[in-house]
Design a protein around this ligand. Structure first.
Ligand SMILES: [Zn+2]
Length: 304
């Protein structure tokens, strides 16, 4: 089942395919949790299905579709976004894969998730392949942050910004998954990233996120850094979530007059330092940086 907010994107791709102006390199970009990866893998499956002529649909029963179900299709090559970076060797393997003829006689498809994770040399190696489109070869990419991509890469792709569009559709969908503002007051903050919310629900992290929300609103009384760290260790991406909750809590407090503007600015600066340390320092001591953040915020809140 296609997520409701992705249907318009799917129809657009379908139209370009039927009209034979479908680009060999498709880049799906946008926030985390909007369904870019889903869109790309769905498209990959449709391109590999043996029955695909003018329609971008997979039949679900041909030989290709069965190979896809078994996750062993020889003409699909995926570079997963789970890894910390995409190196030049992986892109060279991908180039080799594209170059050789298809084992099932049809299309060959490459999916590269989180293409912003490519190293400089990996991006250069990919560039050549993007420049020389080959018949029946498709490269499908996802990206959470296009500002990290080279202009030369961007200019060689058909770009689709994936976002949720119709708010009501998403609210209804989230409601169906059992996520709403009355049970999780923070859900609104992630309304435009519905699959992120869904991921937390599926990996059983809703309690952790609920708790981070409480901690963010109670930060002046927090002393147990180890408990906070335990919470975050379950999923390191919760660090960003916690930072967003803090920002939201302080913004609320400055509007209510509980914080003055100078205090607020100090809080924001502490959070920004914390985030940039985490993005830039490899193997950072999380306990230390969390204590630095929490005590820095407490100091900022108490000062006049
Ligand atoms: Zn099929």
């Amino acid at each position: 089942m296609m997520y409701p907010w992705l249907q318009a994107f799917q129809q657009h791709l379908q139209a370009s395919f039927s009209q034979r102006r479908f680009h060999h390199a498709q880049l799906f970009f946008g926030l985390e949790g909007t369904g870019k990866r889903y869109l790309a893998s769905n498209l990959a499956e449709a391109l590999l299905c043996n029955t695909t002529q003018n329609e971008l649909n997979r039949c679900g029963s041909c030989k290709s579709c069965n190979l896809l179900k078994a996750q062993s299709h020889p003409d699909l090559f995926t570079l997963s976004g789970e890894q910390s970076s995409i190196g030049v060797d992986e892109v060279r393997a991908l180039n080799d894969f594209i170059f050789h003829s298809a084992q099932q006689g049809g299309n060959k498809v490459v999916v590269i998730e989180r293409i912003e994770k490519m190293t400089e040399s990996a991006a250069n190696a990919l560039l050549k392949t993007l420049e020389e489109p080959a018949l029946k070869r498709y490269i499908l990419m996802t990206c959470n942050d296009v500002s990290k991509l080279k202009a030369t890469i961007l200019s060689r792709c058909n770009k689709t910004q994936v976002n949720i569009g119709d708010n009501q559709q998403v609210s209804f969908w989230l409601e169906q998954q059992g996520i709403n503002a009355s049970t999780h007051p923070w859900a609104e903050i992630f309304h435009n990233q519905p699959l992120l919310l869904d991921k937390w629900l599926k990996q059983d992290s809703m309690d952790e996120v609920d708790n981070l929300w409480k901690v963010a609103h109670d930060i002046d009384r927090i002393s147990d850094i180890a408990a906070l760290e335990n919470e975050i260790n379950k999923d390191p991406s919760l660090l960003n979530v916690f930072s967003r909750f803090l920002m939201s809590a302080f913004k609320q407090q400055v509007m209510n007059g509980q914080l003055n503007f100078v205090q607020y600015q100090h809080c924001v600066a502490s959070i920004e330092t914390f985030l940039s340390d985490h993005h830039q320092v490899l193997g950072i001591n999380r306990t230390l940086s969390l204590s630095k953040l929490v005590f820095g915020l407490q100091r900022a809140i108490k000062q006049d």
